[in-house]
Design a protein around this ligand. Sequence first.
Ligand SMILES: [Zn+2]
Length: 79
Amino acid sequence: MEYEMRAEYVEGASPRDPEPRFEVWHMTRLGETTGLCGRELDPDAATQTADVWATPAGLPLCHACGASYIHQVPHVDLP
Ligand SMILES: [Zn+2]
């Protein structure tokens, strides 16, 4: 199973805004728009590789997604 990170924006903001106000990263299965926490994310939201997990580029991270990701991918280390 491969994963990627997908951005959530602040309430009312859209990834189509000129400067969308980013809120938090969620983890999703590759190509999906639902976070591991169950949150529906915008298909147009920014994504990035799960390789930045536990690095500054991957923060802030949704806590529920982080806990679920750790469970599903046991080899990753806690930040
Ligand atoms: Zn999440």
